[in-house]
Design a protein around this ligand. Structure first.
Ligand code: NAD
Ligand code: USQ
Length: 384
C-alpha cells in the first residue's frame, strides 16, 4: 500500500514510517518540524541525538535499500497539503501531525490557541483534502485515551449502546478530557465522525494511551535512525521520565499521591497497531474506533515498578499535582479491537525497561536537570 505518514519526523511518526517501509509499504512522510521548534522555544533537546529528516531518510536507504519520500510543510497550508496528497496518491494517510503535549497547551492563552488551531484546523484541512482528491483514502488518525477522561463507568471502544426512557441508540462515548490538548482530539473525533457520516469517508480513530520506550527493531539498526526521547516536564511522558530520573539519581516526580491510572503502550506495539489498522481498513462511511493501549497502571505503580527494576537506589517524591485531574478514580477500558486484528502486546512485565536504562545511561550528559521539575500549572494558565 501507499502510506503517507503526517508528523513523520516525530517520536512516533518516524519509527512508524520505518516499520511500514520495512513491511513492504511505499511510504512518504510529511512534517513542518514544529516539534524541533518547541525544543528551541523550551530550551531542551531530545535525550537521544536525532538526525535531520533528510539524513534519517538517507540512512534508511543505506541500511535497508528502501526509499521513503518526504514533503516538508504545514497542514495549515491547505494548498501545500492538497498538492502533497495529489502528488503521492496514498491509499492510507496516518495522521500524527499535531501538538501533543498537555502541559504545552496549558502554558497560557497563546499556547492553548496555538494547539487548538494547529490540531483542529490541520485535521479539518486534511478531511477536505481526502474528500476532494480521493474519498477512498483510509484515514488512520491518532487520538488519545485522554479523550474519555476518567468516567465512573467502563470505557468502550469509541461507541456506547444507550437506552434512555425506553428507547435505544448507539452514540459516541461521552468525553471529558483534561487539557486543551486532549480537547483537540475530541474536536477532531467529532469532525472525522461527521465526515464519515456525511461524505462517506473511511476512518480509524486510535485512542492511544501513554507511550513508553525509544527503540523499535528498525530504529535499532543504526544510531542515525534513532527517534527522539523527551525527558522534560512539558514533553516527557510519565514512564519515560521515571526511567530517566532513576538513571540520573533524581527523585521520581509522582504528581499527587499517584493514584491516577492511565493506559500504557510500548512503542513497538504502537507501530504494529498502525500497521494492523493500515492493512485492515475501515469500510467506506465507517468511523471505526480502537483503544490503542495494552494495560492500565497507576502512576504510583509505574514509579514502584521503575524503582524495583533499577539496579540502584531510587527515591520517589510526591509533588503537589500541577494538573487538575481526578486524584483517585475507577478505570476499566475495553481494548480488544486491535488484539482482534492480531496485535500481540508487549506488556510491562516483559518489557524493555532495562534497555531504556542503557539508552539513558549513554546519553545522560545531555540532560538539563533544570527542565525536570514541572513548571506549568493548570490554574497558572489563568494568571498570565
Ligand atoms: P511528536 O510531537 O514527536 O510528533 C508530531 C509531529 O507532527 C512532529 O514532528 C511535528 O513537527 C509534526 N507537526 C505538528 N504540527 C504539524 C503541522 N501543523 N503540520 C505538519 N507537521 C506538524 O509527537 P508524538 O509523540 O510522535 O505523537 C504523535 C501523535 O500521537 C500525536 O497526534 C499525539 O497526540 C499522539 N499520541 C502520542 C502519545 C505519546 O505518548 N507520545 C500517546 C497517545 C497519542
Ligand atoms: N505524571 C506524573 N509525573 C510526571 C509526569 C506525569 O505523575 O513526571 C502523571 C500526570 O499527572 C498524568 C499521568 O502521569 O496523570 C500521565 O501524564 P503524561 O505526561 O505521561 O501523559 P499525558 O499528559 O496524558 O500525555 C501523553 C502524551 C499525549 C497523549 C497522552 C495519552 O503527551 O500526546 O495523548 O499521553 S493519554 O494519557 O492516554 O491521554
Amino acid at each position: 500500500m501507499r502510506v503517507l505518514v503526517l508528523g513523520g519526523d516525530g517520536y512516533l511518526g518516524w519509527p512508524t514510517a520505518l516499520h511500514l517501509s520495512d513491511k513492504g509499504h511505499e511510504v512518504a512522510v510529511l512534517d513542518n518540524f514544529a516539534r524541533r521548534g518547541y525544543d528551541a522555544e523550551l530550551g531542551v533537546e531530545s535525550l537521544v541525538p536525532i538526525e535531520s529528516l533528510a539524513d534519517r531518510i538517507a540512512a534508511w536507504h543505506e541500511v535497508s535499500g528502501r526509499v521513503i519520500s518526504s514533503y516538508e510543510g504545514d497542514l495549515l497550508d491547505a494548498e501545500f497539503l492538497f498538492e502533497a496528497v495529489r502528488d503521492f496518491a496514498p491509499d492510507t494517510i496516518v495522521h500524527y501531525a499535531e501538538q501533543r503535549s498537555a502541559p504545552y497547551s496549558m502554558i497560557d492563552r497563546e499556547h492553548a490557541v496555538y494547539t487548538q488551531h494547529n490540531n483542529v484546523i490541520g485535521n479539518l484541512n486534511l478531511l477536505y483534502a481526502i474528500a476532494e482528491i480521493d474519498p477512498s483514502i483510509h484515514l488512520v488518525k491518532l487520538g488519545t485515551m485522554g479523550e474519555y477522561g476518567t468516567p465512573n463507568v467502563d470505557i468502550e471502544e469509541g461507541w456506547l449502546d444507550l437506552e434512555h426512557n425506553g428507547r435505544r441508540d448507539r452514540v459516541l462515548f461521552p468525553k471529558r478530557p483534561g487539557s486543551f490538548y486532549h480537547l483537540t482530539k475530541v474536536h477532531d473525533s467529532h469532525n472525522i465522525e461527521f465526515t464519515c457520516r456525511a461524505w462517506g469517508l473511511r476512518a480509524t480513530d486510535l485512542n492511544q494511551g501513554v507511550v513508553y520506550g525509544q527503540r523499535t527493531p528498525q530504529t535499532a539498526l543504526d544510531p542515525r535512525l534513532s527517534t527522539r526521547f523527551d525527558y522534560d516536564a512539558v514533553f516527557g511522558t510519565v514512564l519515560n521520565r521515571f526511567v530517566i530520573q532513576a538513571v540520573l539519581g533524581q527523585p521520581l516526580t509522582v504528581y499527587g499521591k499517584g493514584a491516577q491510572t492511565r493506559g500504557l503502550i510500548d512503542i513497538r506495539d504502537t507501530v504494529e497497531c498502525i500497521r494492523l489498522a493500515v492493512e485492515n481498513p475501515a469500510e467506506a462511511g465507517e468511523f471505526r474506533v480502537f483503544n490503542q493501549m495494552t494495560e492500565s497502571m497507576s502512576v504510583a505503580a509505574i514509579a514502584d515498578l521503575v524503582a524495583d527494576r533499577f539496579p540502584g537506589p531510587v527515591q520517589i517524591e510526591q509533588l503537589e499535582n500541577p494538573r487538575s485531574e481526578a486524584p483517585e478514580h475507577y478505570y476499566n477500558v475495553k481494548h480488544t479491537g486491535l488484539v482482534g486484528l492480531g496485535l500481540e502486546p508487549h506488556l510491562l512485565s516483559d518489557t524493555l525497561i532495562e534497555s531504556m536504562f542503557d539508552i539513558v545511561g549513554a546519553n545522560k550528559h545531555r540532560v538539563n536537570p533544570d527542565k525536570l521539575r514541572p513548571t506549568v500549572r493548570w490554574r497558572g494558565a489563568l494568571k498570565s
